[in-house]
Design a protein around this ligand. Structure first.
Ligand code: SF4
Ligand code: SF4
Length: 278
């Protein structure tokens, strides 16, 4: 059977928050019997945009990751919720607004922090994949409809087809180590979850300091080369996709065919090594 999934491209998200607002527009003050009770006006973000700034000026970037209920196939909320939480045949998870009354304990069941407690109605709530619209024949969610960059795309396919797409497009899910099997997939998640080492290479000739274009830069770990690049017009280089807290690295810079400089770096988080004079 075909099931719903969402693919979100982190590289395309600009943090405009229109998807968040679209969810609020859809659910605040609106009840959809059998699906969801109204979202409160304040305090809930059923679609929540995470952000991370990496590096230090001038080599700095920022990534935005829209998050929501992942409609997990192996959902801890279902395990804890008994008949108050169920998964539909199309993959969508629903918390029953009647049966879940008073079940504040369910908030802690979600390892993604995406069960929101409605104090006024005394019910736990999630983003429902706009299932009341899906059941009316919609093929996209309100968030997707509102997204100006196309960062968000919902698709309804068989699980094996989705698995193939995930491999082909190098999609990832959040916290895969938990084994929850999310149905929200991310493209270019490395922009949020990994680190870089960058720097700017310069040299002084006859008292004039200039950036070095085309210098060879090697990244070594434990004595082995793991990546190579060359400086750009501004003398800048960047090695991306490195693990947070992944320890010590050596950066070797070669201009005119000789190793001109070796610089050590310890990751932590993303680092701009600044100007490196050779
Ligand atoms: S993201 Fe949280 S609330 Fe949604 S299905 Fe998974 S465990 Fe349940
Ligand atoms: S509407 Fe699109 S671009 Fe804007 S925050 Fe949401 S996913 Fe990102």
């Amino acid at each position: 059977m075909k099931k719903w999934n969402m693919i979100i491209d982190v590289a395309e998200c600009t943090n405009c928050n229109l998807c968040t607002l679209a969810a609020m527009d859809e659910y605040v003050g609106n009840e959809f019997p059998g699906y969801s009770a109204p979202m409160p006006r304040h305090g809930h973000k059923w679609i929540d945009i995470l952000q991370k700034e990496r590096g230090q000026a001038p080599i700095v970037d920022i990534a935005y990751v829209p998050t929501m209920c992942n409609h997990c196939d192996n959902a801890p909320c279902i395990a804890k919720g008994a008949d108050a939480v169920r998964k539909r045949d199309d993959g969508i998870v629903l918390i029953d607004p009647v049966k879940a009354k008073g079940r504040k304990d369910l908030v802690e069941a979600c390892p993604y922090g995406h069960i929101w407690w409605n104090e006024e109605l005394r019910i736990p709530q999630i983003w429902t994949f706009d299932v009341h619209l899906i059941d009316q024949g919609w093929r996209q969610t309100r968030g997707q409809q509102s997204c100006p960059t196309g960062a968000m795309r919902s698709i309804c396919v068989e699980d094996d087809a989705m698995e193939k797409i995930a491999i082909e497009q190098k999609l990832e899910t959040l916290k895969p180590e938990l084994g929850t099997k999310p149905r929200i997939y991310y493209k270019n998640l490395w922009r949020y979850s990994t680190c870089f080492i960058g720097g700017s290479v310069s040299e002084e000739t006859n008292g004039v300091v200039d950036c070095v274009n085309g210098a060879g830069v090697r990244l070594l770990k434990n004595g082995a080369t793991i990546a190579e690049t060359a400086t750009d017009n501004y003398g800048d280089f960047k090695f991306d996709g490195l693990g947070e807290n992944s320890g010590e690295y050596l950066i070797e810079i070669a201009a005119s065919g000789r190793v001109s400089k070796a610089v050590a770096a310890t990751l932590g988080v993303s680092v701009n090594l600044g100007e490196i004079r050779i």
